[in-house]
Design a protein. Sequence first.
Length: 130
Amino acid sequence: MGFDFKDLARDPRFQVAAVAVAAVGGYVLYKRKKTTGSTSVGTSDTTTTAAGYNGAATLNTSGTDIANWLGQYSGSLQNQLDAYQQSLSDAITNLQAISPAGGTPAPGTGGTVSIGKPITDPAAHTRLTV
């Protein structure tokens, strides 16, 4: 009651199937040898995989390109902000150097400026030193 390999080998369906499997296997080995130059399945060649892909890998640099552009854009914005800060500093310096008409001292030089209308009560009169 065992399995008889001799009877199986004589069966025409098994023989057809064995020939078909051998033909497909031979064809696969032929194509692999033709494309990669090797019939081994597990090659360690980095450009060849078991599926037979043989080509140069393409490097995706999108992330690096975007980071580079953002760095340049950030630097450009910083340069604009620095220029704007410098123009404001120059404007403040120029305003401080201007003396108003009438001989009143320039702001920041210790002059006294009255605020509001003159008050009759001298104790309530407020003075501001600039």
